[in-house]
Design a protein around this ligand. Structure first.
Ligand code: 4NP
Length: 155
């Protein structure tokens, strides 16, 4: 099983979206036995909460259901997951600070490293409006598609 963890700050907007989009793609392509997906946040403020309703509404408009309860990234996750994908550079710094070995550190990559249209952060939409959530959707959807193509070469 190839295990992928998506990571953002609160695990209530960006990473649960990537989690849901990827899970849907995995299902559509019949890869459930080969690829497993989860998501978490570097911070615990929202642990246990449902995904932000603005993010759920945006995803639903595009036919994707998001149902996830926020959880915090833990040091133990580095052993369990093959690839840990962070949404922004602050998330990158926080995630690698939990890695115990250089091998664990190397599992952490910027999510948009796999974006065919560019690199950088997936911007935090928390203080934004619905346009910002739509921007996150567009980036996450296209990047997950390219990411799954890459993962298929590894499984
Ligand atoms: P996320 O968005 O990291 O995409 O889940 C955020 C959610 C909440 C906060 C920051 C980012 N917050 O500051 O509470």
């Amino acid at each position: 099983m190839y295990n992928v963890m998506f990571i953002c700050t609160g695990n209530i907007c960006r990473s649960p979206l990537a989690h849901a989009v990827m899970e849907q793609l995995v299902k559509e392509q019949g890869l459930e036995k080969s690829v497993s997906v989860d998501s978490s946040g570097t911070d615990a403020w929202h642990s246990g909460e449902m995904t932000d309703s603005r993010m759920r509404t945006t995803a639903a408009r595009h036919g994707v259901k998001v149902h996830h309860r926020a959880q915090r990234l833990s040091a133990a996750d580095f052993a369990k997951f093959n690839l840990l994908l962070v949404m922004d550079s602050q998330n990158y710094r926080n995630a690698v600070s939990l890695a115990k070995t250089p091998q664990e550190r190397d599992k952490v990559k910027m999510f948009r490293e796999f974006d065919p249209q560019g690199t950088g952060d997936v911007p935090d939409p928390w203080y934004g409006d619905m346009t910002d959530f739509e921007t996150v959707w567009t980036m996450v959807d296209r990047t997950c598609r390219a990411l799954l193509d890459e993962i298929k070469t590894r499984i």
